[in-house]
Design a protein around this ligand. Structure first.
Ligand SMILES: [Zn+2]
Length: 73
């Protein structure tokens, strides 16, 4: 299986999670690494997945496997 690098600039770590934006619901979903790369998703390493924040007015949903399922405020 092909491994992908974190999308963050200057980060060389391998991606373990995929952040997907649902623009219609202003919802960002952080889940397990997606099998296929989509233009509306970003692959993140464990550290950047933890550091992820979303713009004001957006909700962030973390997949339970990634440390919680509570939307962030
Ligand atoms: Zn990273």
């Amino acid at each position: 299986m092909e491994s992908r690098a974190c999308s963050r600039v200057a980060c060389q770590a391998s991606a373990v999670a995929t952040l997907t934006f649902d623009y219609s619901d202003a919802l960002a979903v952080l889940g397990p690494l997606a099998v296929t790369k989509s233009p509306h998703s970003f692959d993140l390493c464990a550290r950047h997945a933890q550091l992820t924040t979303v713009p004001t007015g957006w909700s962030l949903m973390r997949h339970a496997a990634l440390g919680g399922d509570q939307p962030e405020r």
